[in-house]
Design a protein around this ligand. Structure first.
Ligand code: APR
Ligand code: PHB
Length: 394
């Protein structure tokens, strides 16, 4: 058995694990990342792309903000469509210039991977499903796995579970020590990425009698669009033509006329789920990001919540080593969960407001339209939605 030692072993090289690694390294704390997939596979996953200012500040601090500032798009507003009409919601003017940045999660991941490569930090890729956690109820936890047929062990002081919703870390906690809270929605999102100019230049959420649609972008020549679809639908039954026909019916008529369509470069269906595991700390093991919680993508909070966790966790571990204090690690779970539940509430509310629900069709649609009408005409409601969209403090 090959044995290595480090201070923190991070399971998962998604955005949470990579960002935690960058922050620990900056503070002089050793770590090793172990990842199920190859680096190329991790980079092939297309995810959301709207970053809060707290997230871009953290990426800057970690030393990976350069391309984000050069290529990311500053967004001062988003928009809502209902009853066929378009309403622009200005965020920045209500919150002293605070804004969002549109920059794909795939690009954040690429920047973090390049940064790791430049620093020569160790990432063990392609370990498949072989990771096993040991003794995390003690101060001497270990992680074992198999790499290229060789049995390996890493001894550490802490384990960071950054291995996403389907990871091994949360699954290793005894059932009696963890509580899961979950809501599954009765629909999915069909997403398309295409090399076409975006029909709206700001992220635009549509409520229609046919269901929800979202218009987003990655650049002025690349669009990211979504439509609400049935939970059991297969992506193969959605040709590009069928997607564009349906999408056009869910945006305002002027936009439908100017919409530029083209071949999809990515097309996939994702289920919508709200999920929180409590607590987020088990002895020497900490959950962060999707390993601990999932939000439905309406509102784009997933990656921002992950960044918030990693910020708190890195500070807690740094405090442990630099000040010999356990206060940060003892407060990690409660500090994160407060912010997580705030974002869960917002994402659930925004999802409920914008989607067509099978059980409340006619009445539900009218109630949603009444709430949206109130929202766009009430300064206090607009202040509240934009405050939540910006993200509550990290
Ligand atoms: N062993 C090692 N690695 C694993 C294991 C395992 N048993 N299980 C999963 N992983 C890896 C996955 O392959 C993936 O690369 O953990 C990583 C988890 O990454 P993500 O799922 O991207 O989760 P996270 O890093 O928390 O990212 C936050 O924000 O916008 C949201 O869902 C979106 O992924 C995004 C998330
Ligand atoms: C995206 O650009 O993929 C995106 C934007 C806003 C969301 C979700 C996803 O709420």
């Amino acid at each position: 058995m090959k044995t290595l030692s480090t201070q923190v072993v991070i399971v998962g090289a998604g955005p949470s694990g990579l960002l935690l690694g960058a922050l620990l390294h900056k503070a002089g704390i050793d770590h090793i990342i172990v990842e199920r997939q190859s680096g190329d596979y991790v980079l092939s996953r297309i995810r959301a792309g709207v970053l809060e200012q707290g997230t871009t500040d953290l990426l800057d601090y970690a030393g990976v903000g350069k391309r984000l500032h050069a290529e990311g798009l500053r967004h001062d507003a988003f928009a809502l469509i209902f009853k066929g009409a378009f309403h622009r919601i200005d965020i920045a003017k209500r919150h002293n210039g605070r804004h969002m940045t549109v920059y794909g999660q795939t690009e954040v991941t690429r920047d973090l991977m390049d940064h790791r490569m430049q620093l020569g930090l160790e990432t063990v890729y392609s370990v498949g499903d072989t990771v096993v956690l040991h003794d995390f109820d003690s101060e001497h936890p270990r992680v074992t796995f198999t790499k290229d047929g060789e049995a390996c062990e890493i001894k550490a002081r802490f384990i960071a579970g950054c291995d996403g919703y389907h990871g091994v870390c949360r699954a290793s906690v005894p059932a009696g020590s963890i509580q899961n809270f979950e809501k599954v929605y009765p629909f999915g999102w069909l997403g398309v990425l295409s090399e076409t100019p975006p029909v709206y230049h700001e992220v635009t959420y549509s409520n229609t009698e046919r269901g929800f649609a979202l218009s987003s972008l990655r650049s002025m020549t690349r669009s990211r669009y979504y439509i609400q679809c049935g939970i059991d639908e297969k992506v193969e039954s959605w040709s590009d033509d069928r997607f564009w026909d349906e999408f056009k019916k869910r945006i305002d008529p002027d936009a439908a006329k100017r919409l530029v369509t083209g071949p999809s470069i990515e097309k996939s269906i994702a289920p919508l789920r709200s999920f929180v595991a409590e607590p987020m700390r088990f002895g020497s093991m900490f959950l962060a990001g999707d390993a601990a919680h999932i939000v439905p993508p309406t509102g784009a909070k997933g990656l921002n919540l992950a960044a918030g966790d990693v910020n708190v966790l890195s500070k807690a571990i740094i405090e442990y080593y630099q000040e010999q204090s356990k206060a940060g690690i003892d407060h990690y779970s409660a500090r994160c969960l407060r912010r997580v539940w705030n974002a869960e509430r917002f994402s659930w509310w925004f999802t409920s407001l914008m989607h067509k629900f099978p059980d409340t069709e006619g009445f539900g649609q009218k109630i949603q339209e009444a709430e949206l009408d109130y929202l766009v005409n009430s300064e206090s409601a607009l202040h509240s939605i934009t405050e939540n969209y910006l993200g509550l403090a990290h």
